[in-house]
Design a protein around this ligand. Structure first.
Ligand code: ADP
Ligand code: MG
Length: 699
């Protein structure tokens, strides 16, 4: 295939600003732009004009259908396609699309999770156009990014609260900037999510029911080689993978997704893709699309893209680093250290806001990344621990220390601190000192939240991040707006924040056991190890109060979300448990038995031929395998019992606790015996491809 010139294809399937400017009349363009930038209501006539141009553009680009594209609480995106056709009197059809159809849709929403929000008699929900995210064409369908709500107005999706959280942060950040004498149109948060994934051969994948049903392997002995040689990280990319990446980039670029960096990751068959950052809600839409398209493109190459956080035991799982910052409409990054002492004071205030937010709402950040899949990573010596802490690097830490203690800052230039705002020294960006074990690290001009799982939507963690930083900023603005002497008050505020929240700052090794001790026992940080531990904190009073006061969630929405997230957790593990039972009873036990039979036959045959043969190998293998089949049977029955017992619980909290305490440990126990049997059984008899085949068969 002839390679296309990237700037020609970039965004070619997006109804973006370039297209709008070229196709819409000046007045329509200007009022749409105002809606996008300033959140104003869209006039109906304008909507009609936009819809009509959008339709023409979409048809010219091969589209036959349109859909309101949204992000329900299933974690994946949803779409229901309608074609543009309307019958015409002459028996033919014309292609129609009205402003009303652009702005609002009414999908039958009864099968989406609502956590009790939507009464069954009211099955309809509605979708509303989010003009801040461009429409695009995918599979001959014009996709219109939308928010999804119930008829009573409760959010049933991830976009609505995300937009609300961005609004909350915008409001409070503008108050702070006004105090520094800066009038800006808006402050928005930006995100660059680094996406990790595995690529395995499609034929191998299809032979593994655990991968097909659950996205991860539930059994599998370690291969002789794993990731110990570190030869995969940044290694030469194999031709099949290169072909996949090239194809993927083309698809993403056409959709205006700024796919930028790609490399091999630590584990065999593991890779990463990072886009250039963009505004949070667009980054969220784009990350959902990226995950979808990765899977689709992989299939075209006879590969399967695994987005699960822990597809393989014993090698690293996949995460998603959420690089986050705040910027004004004029492009000033509020987390970038400034050029002058005065700008540095502003930087330090925003920095303090983040530090305080992470400390005050550790539990919200933790639960925003909690899923059954991600529980396998957090705290497992490959990903940041379940304990949330902030890494600032030595230079910034020293500056905060100096402010806290009113001592001179002993930086490279030995800046002597003076009182007032000017005591906040100028310092260079500290980008070199990176700590890969910290869940929340400052990397020069942004924070990198590293606890997300690879399959997570980035919406949830950004909702919590935006909302909790908005809360710190609100508290600061309340104080500073009343202050007689702004500079003195500012200095005192920063000093107080550091003193109060320094327990969350940690530059050391987050993977060590000593850290768990210190964090929990000495510093009193929370260590919410599993989804079952973390999720109920969504309903803690302090958390509900904060989220509701910034209008990010309503009370009913919070209850429904907690319910849905715990339900997801229980359902995922339940499916895994049943898959294990199925594989053991239908495949593993019969396979081992067949092998035992062949060993027994061979032994008796050999002994009948010669009295000298000992058959040590046959007999010892047979004895151990026979013991193992007994253990496997015993443990599969125990697991079946635990799964059956789940049905007895009548509320989601106790079900999730039973999943954590009962089902998961029993799955673990069963697996051990099967994996041992795998090491003793002839490969010819083993019913499923081994880890070695799964991890090393793509060239
Ligand atoms: P790494 O963490 O692998 O060293 P980079 O520093 O190149 O990678 O950045 C990782 C991601 O952070 C990229 O997606 C990049 O676009 C994003 N990023 C860079 N600056 C910002 C910013 N100011 N706000 C949000 N994301 C950013
Ligand atoms: Mg990174």
């Amino acid at each position: 295939m002839k390679k296309q010139y990237v700037p020609d294809i970039f965004g070619s399937m997006v109804f973006d600003d370039r297209v709008m400017k070229a196709r819409l009349s000046a007045s329509v363009y200007n009022s749409l732009k105002k809606t996008i930038d300033e959140n104003t209501r869209l006039d109906e006539n304008v909507a009609d004009a936009v819809a009509s141009e959008m339709r023409d553009w979409a048809i010219e680009h091969g589209a036959t259908h349109f859909t309101h594209w949204f992000q329900p609480l299933t974690g994946v995106t949803a779409e229901k396609h309608d074609s543009f056709i309307t019958p015409s009197p002459d028996g033919g059809v014309i292609m129609e699309f009205s402003g009303k159809e652009l702005i609002k849709g009414e999908p039958d929403a009864s099968s989406f999770p609502s956590g009790g929000l939507r009464a069954t008699f009211e099955a309809r929900g509605y979708t509303a156009w989010d003009p801040t995210s461009y429409a695009f064409i995918k599979d001959h369908t014009l996709c219109i990014p939308t928010a999804f709500c119930s008829y009573s107005g409760d959010a049933l999706d991830k976009k609505t609260p995300l937009l609300r959280s961005m609004q909350a942060l915008n409001t409070q950040a503008k108050r702070i900037l006004a105090l520094f004498g800066k009038e800006v149109k808006y402050v928005r948060t930006s995100v660059g999510p680094e996406q990790e994934y595995f690529l395995i051969d499609k034929e191998m994948f299809e032979k593994r029911p655990d991968l097909v049903y659950t996205g991860r392997t539930l059994f599998g002995a370690m291969p002789p080689k794993g990731q110990e040689l570190d030869d995969h990280y940044f290694g030469v990319i194999k031709p099949r993978v290169t072909a996949f990446m090239e194809d993927l980039n083309d698809e993403l670029w056409k959709l205006g997704i700024l796919a930028k960096t790609e490399h091999n990751e630590v584990a065999p068959a593991q890779h990463e893709l990072a886009p250039i950052y963009s505004t949070t809600n667009i980054a969220t839409d784009h990350n959902q699309l990226t995950m979808e398209i990765m899977q689709k493109v992989a299939r075209r190459h006879n590969l399967v893209c695994l987005l699960h956080e822990k597809p393989f035991e014993g090698v690293n799982g996949s995460g998603k680093h959420n690089n986050w910052s705040m910027a004004t409409d004029t492009g000033v990054n509020l987390l970038s250290p400034g050029e002058t002492p005065y700008e540095n004071a502003q930087f330090l205030l925003f920095l303090s806001a983040v530090i305080q937010a992470v400390d005050d709402y550790q539990d919200l950040l933790r639960l925003s990344v909690a899923t059954a899949g991600n529980d396998h990573r957090l705290g497992a010596n490959e990903a940041p621990p379940a304990i949330i802490s902030v890494f600032l690097g030595d230079e910034l830490t020293a500056i905060l220390e100096a402010i806290k203690n009113d001592t001179p800052y002993q930086g490279k230039e030995k800046v002597i601190m003076k009182l007032g705002v000017h005591s906040l020294p100028h310092f260079s960006r500290d980008t070199t000192d990176r700590n890969r074990t910290s869940p929340f690290a400052f990397t020069g001009n942004k924070f990198e939240f590293r606890s997300l799982g690879s399959a997570n939507s980035i919406a949830c963690c950004n909702i919590m991040l935006n909302a909790s930083v908005a809360e710190s900023l609100k508290q600061y603005a309340d104080i500073l707006e009343k202050a007689d002497d702004f500079e003195t008050a500012l200095h005192a505020l920063i000093k107080e924040t550091i003193t109060k929240h320094e327990r969350i700052l940690f530059n050391g090794n987050g993977y060590g056991d000593e850290w768990v001790e210190e964090a929990t026992k000495v510093r009193g940080l929370s260590n919410l190890k599993t989804t079952a531990d973390a999720m109920p904190h969504l309903l803690d009073k302090k958390n509900m109060d904060m989220l509701m006061s910034h209008k990010v969630f309503t009370e009913t929405e919070l209850h429904s979300r907690c319910e849905i997230m715990l339900e997801n957790y229980c359902k995922s593990v339940n499916i895994e448990g049943h898959t294990m039972v199925d594989m053991v009873r239908k495949n593993y036990l019969p396979a081992i038995e067949e092998y035992l039979f062949s060993l027994a036959n061979a032994t008796s045959l050999m002994k009948s031929v010669s009295t000298k043969v000992k058959c040590n190998y046959e007999i010892s293998t047979m004895e151990r395998l026979s013991e193992l089949t007994d253990c496997i049977l015993e443990h599969v029955e125990i697991l079946e019992g635990a799964l059956e017992d789940l049905k007895k619980h009548d509320n989601i909290i106790s079900t999730s606790e039973a999943v954590r305490d009962d089902v998961l440990p029993k799955m673990e126990a069963l697996r051990k015996f099967v994996d041992e049997a795998e090491m003793l059984t002839s490969e010819k008899y083993w019913p499923f491809p081994s880890y070695g085949k799964l991890l090393f068969s793509v060239y």
